[in-house]
Design a protein around this ligand. Sequence first.
Ligand code: ITT
Length: 193
Amino acid sequence: MESIVFASNNSHKLDEVREKLKSFFEINSLKDISCFDDIPETADTFEGNAEQKANWVLEKYNYDCFADDSGIEIEALDGRPGVFSARYAGENCTYEDNNLKVMKELEGEANRNAKFVTVICLKLNGKTKFFRGEVKGKIISEFRGGEGFGYDPIFRPYGYDKTYAEMGIEEKNKFSHRAVALSKMISYLSNKN
Ligand code: ITT
């Protein structure tokens, strides 16, 4: 089986990616290539940040790789937290701090529409490719579920009566924003030869 590096320091993302790609690729983590860097993400788009992470690994470690930049865009907050999803409640904040901040900002707000976005940047054989996945849903006004990470406990995708955090990795991986982007990458890689 071919192997490829996934340029992420987020172990939850790594689990989702490994599960989704298990029949296609062996996924090497940053740890596997002895990269322990805090890779900068200073762009103002998902595409820019995903490429920054992928370039870091390609340029400093000389590995073809892919990186994922993701976040949640909330309609009533003009698309925030968006690319600032990781540290929305401040430096060193927890996932819970971020969720509480969002819930507070949406107090009394009727429009709970939100969208999860993942952009993958793939660097392979000198080429750069982007794959985007989006899932629309609503921000609920309580925490529900113990699975997943980040904003999963407060995001209920359209068509489901559960939050992402009430789904196991397998169910989330059938349709999530990351799963959609990964499926596009799988199809690109399968048709490339
Ligand atoms: P890497 O950059 O090392 O991959 P990260 O956690 O910093 O890890 P991102 O910048 O892409 O990753 O993600 C920003 C934040 O968006 C992340 O910390 C979570 O709070 C949230 N997030 C991303 N994907 C998510 C998902 O599938 N479910 C819930 N929250 C998610």
